[in-house]
Design a protein around this ligand. Structure first.
Ligand code: GLN
Length: 503
């Protein structure tokens, strides 16, 4: 295996700037890695045939002395929920098989403008509904730590690509946990930015009031660098915040230098103790808290009494918004259209949607349509929105007393493929600690906290900050990461079997 793929994006960027590695070499190393392992991992739905050419263009501009962005020449994997002009965009669905977008998502356009090299599109649960990628119409992705296990979802492809060293960094989207839960089960870093902090333009909508695009990486600094590229106001997204953001990379670098933990107030939610985390997940969480406490952080017991209703409220709000967002796949405007000889347009629509959508998508469309129907709207959708407000208030009260909230990023380590697919409720509960963060619109990060002592699989710790305080997450995340990597004697992923390590 080439040493190039072992580099973080920040390290690779430094080599590119110094001229010791070219973007073509870096891109080829990752394409070779994809060719070598993606038959097993299946992180990618599509690999770009333009990547080497794009890389050569960056090398030529650098050679000509052009001032390039910090990540110029670094390869990037892109979740297939984001539309791209030069590669198909399917959102993991049969109904969009082969769909070519006439425009790039804003985050993709910004990544290209910054000189990042798109490697390909990554696998995901259909329309980002799921926690395992098993709902992808194109077959599941597998966890690089154990190929019999799930890589999380919906963005399992981006997380697995980064964990398997097929890409140094990737883009994901997070509606209820789809960046953070895959990070948790693959030993990687994932960030859900403040709602409105990153443009949703060109992100195929699941639930518009919850969706956020964000970075996926192996280190906190790499996520921060990518967030700096993709974030900021976009006039194409009416919910985009019109404000200046600080440099997240500067925040991560400050955190890694130490002493940001002294005096930091870290809230731990009392009610989450009853959730029934896997013992190894709880133990890893407590060990991370203890490591922070040893550096002077203060662990504060806080209450968030409405957290436990988050999943229930989410599974009314999300299907309601999704059923409306997915109405545009009508066999006329986008993607698949099946023939019904002599049939009406309704017949064509119904046959196409039946064949084009998978079971989980149909389940949520039915649920959402029902929840929004006249007579039930107040009872279901209206009540769920009230619960959402109560959860937002829980966060507001908590942040009056603490600087960040910490939770385990998910209740268990990676489960086996097939284990939860027939039990939607169990699948939904994987997001019990991440969903409230989307409902409140606040930012969250998941970073590796260690390996579970009961099964040796990765565990993540989530930090949550008040809205617009994403920089705080990078500062704290980088500080804990530096402590933990030091205590492990090297990055967690060095121990992943896919690198020949023994976990
Ligand atoms: N697993 C959650 C769901 O199925 C979250 C999905 C997401 O964040 N896109 O809805």
């Amino acid at each position: 295996m080439s040493d190039i793929i072992r580099l973080t994006a920040a390290e690779l960027a430094a080599e590119l700037r110094a001229g010791s590695i070219s973007s073509v070499e870096a891109t080829r190393a990752h394409l070779d890695r994809i060719a070598a392992v993606d038959g097993d991992v299946h992180a990618f739905l599509h690999v770009s045939d333009a990547a080497l050419e794009v890389a050569a263009g960056i090398d030529a501009r650098r050679a000509a002395g052009e001032e390039l962005g910090e990540l110029a020449g670094v390869p990037l994997a892109i979740k297939d929920v984001l539309v791209t002009t030069d590669m198909p965009s399917t959102s993991g669905s049969r109904i969009l098989e082969g769909f070519m977008s006439p425009y790039d998502a804003t985050v993709v356009a910004r990544a290209r403008a910054a000189g990042l090299v798109p490697l390909g599109k990554t696998n995901m649960d259909e329309f980002a509904m799921g926690s395992s990628t098993e709902h992808s119409a194109y077959g599941p992705t597998r966890n690089p730590w154990d190929l019999d296990r799930i890589p999380g979802g919906s963005g399992g492809g981006s997380a697995a690509a980064v964990a398997a060293f097929e890409a140094p960094i990737a883009l994901g989207s997070d509606t209820g946990g789809s960046i953070r839960q895959p990070a948790h089960v693959t030993g990687t870093v994932g960030v859900k930015p403040t709602y409105g902090g990153v443009s949703r333009y060109g992100s195929i909508a699941l639930a518009s009031s919850l969706d956020q695009v964000g970075p996926v990486s192996r280190t906190v600094l790499d996520s921060a660098l990518l967030h700096d590229v993709i974030g900021g106001h976009d006039p194409h997204d009416s919910t985009s915040l019109a404000q200046e953001w600080p440099s997240f990379a500067a925040a991560a670098r400050e955190g890694a230098r130490g002493d940001v933990l002294a005096g930091l107030r870290v809230g731990v939610i009392r009610e989450l103790a009853d959730i029934g985390f896997q013992p190894g997940v709880s133990a890893s969480f407590r060990a991370s808290l203890a490591a922070m406490e040893a550096q002077g952080a203060e662990i504060v017991d806080i209450s968030a009494p409405h957290f436990e209703y988050g999943v229930a409220a989410y599974y009314l709000i999300l299907p309601a918004e999704a059923s409306s967002n997915l109405a545009k796949f009508d066999s006329v405007r986008f993607g698949m259209r099946l023939d019904v000889p002599g049939g009406t347009v309704e017949d064509v629509m119904s046959v196409t949607r039946d064949a084009g959508f998978g079971d989980e998508v149909k389940r949520r469309i039915i649920l959402g349509t029902y929840a929004l129907s006249a007579g039930y709207y107040d009872a279901y959708y209206g009540s769920a929105q009230k619960v959402r407000t109560l959860i937002q208030r829980d966060f507001d009260e908590a942040f009056a007393a603490v600087d960040v909230i910490a939770t385990p990023s998910a209740p268990t380590t990676a489960f086996r493929l097939g284990e939860q697919i027939d039990n939607p409720l169990q699948m939904y509960l994987n997001d019990v600690t991440t969903i409230p963060v989307n409902l409140a619109g606040v930012p969250g990060i998941s970073i590796p906290s260690g390996l579970s002592d009961d099964d040796g699989l990765p565990v993540g710790i989530q930090f949550v900050a008040p809205a617009r305080e994403d920089a705080r997450l990078y500062r704290v995340g980088a500080a804990l990461e530096a402590l933990l990597v030091d205590s492990w004697g090297g990055p967690l992923l060095d121990r992943a079997p896919i690198l020949g390590g023994a976990r």
